[in-house]
Design a protein around this ligand. Structure first.
Ligand SMILES: [Zn+2]
Length: 277
């Protein structure tokens, strides 16, 4: 499932290819992808509009259009956006195709069909968007902020990190990576974390995300060739997907356990449940 680094990659790859381009036609194969609008209205509003900017907020992609409109896209589990020449073979599960001036197409592909797009006014309401917490890179994300929000809760810290109201953009993969780097067991209750642990967490959230955004950089051609499905940063993950393998810090075998309803990988030696630091 794409999290902040992967969504950032989609935006960075797409931006130079679509900004300034006008939508000439739209083909919709799966109507349920278009949330909260009828398909004819959706087409009517968008055909003739031009993309002005590509932004990201949490895991949402914000495509700003002229005429004061915004197309917001959430990729959910398996969604993907590709920009391809009109004649380029379409991926399976291509649900929406925007034909752009100049012969390129912006295609929305989604095997499991949980991804959604919303057409609104530029500042329009989209479910979940306004309730997002600060971005990992936001100066507001400090140890004090985290402590203030969750410091009294008997809620597992992993569960807190997955909460988009607390911090935007973190999912199962990067919550494991952040907690490993901060030396915090995923099942520790938020109220058990010391001041020092909150400091480590507040530092590791932006550092970890920045590192994986950087490692996921890819050129548009390779991105298209791999169908947007191959994440370049996967080989750099230190715990996620490495259960049973040696911890890169201490050599202990990494453990996988269910925490907050999600499979979580951690080092039982570097991330102790009874830690008091
Ligand atoms: Zn370790």
């Amino acid at each position: 499932m794409p999290e902040l680094p992967e969504v950032q990659t989609v935006c960075d790859v797409m931006r130079p290819q679509i900004v300034g381009k006008r939508i000439e036609n739209i083909r919709i194969e799966e109507e349920k992808v278009i949330a909260g609008a009828d398909v004819d209205k959706f087409k009517k509003c968008l055909i003739g509009a031009a993309f002005e900017a590509v932004n990201r907020r949490g895991k949402y992609i914000l495509l700003l259009l002229d005429k004061g409109r915004r197309l917001t896209i959430h990729l959910r589990m398996t969604g993907c956006l590709l920009v391809a020449p009109a004649g380029y073979p379409a991926e399976k599960h291509t649900h929406v195709t925007f034909e752009l001036e100049g012969g390129q197409e912006l295609r929305f592909i989604d095997q499991r069909k949980f991804g959604r797009m919303w057409l609104t006014e530029a500042c329009g309401k989209v479910p979940g968007l306004d309730a997002l917490g600060p971005e990992p890179f936001d100066k507001a994300l400090t140890a004090e902020y985290l402590k203030e929000r969750i410091g009294n809760l008997h809620r597992k810290i992993k569960d807190c990190l997955l909460d988009q109201h607390l911090v935007a953009g973190i999912g199962n993969i990067y919550s494991d990576e952040i907690l490993f780097r901060a030396g915090i067991h995923p099942a520790r209750e938020a109220c058990s974390l010391t001041e020092a642990a909150y400091e480590r967490l507040a530092a590791q959230i932006p550092d970890t995300m920045r590192y994986y955004v950087d490692k996921n950089r890819i050129d548009a051609q390779t991105y298209l060739k791999t169908g947007g499905r191959e994440y370049q940063n996967t080989p750099y993950l230190q715990v996620y997907g490495r259960a049973g393998k040696a911890c890169l810090v201490c050599g202990e075998r990494l453990v996988k356990a269910r925490v907050a309803g999600r499979g979580s990988v951690y080092c039982p030696c570097c991330q102790r449940l009874d830690e008091t630091t």
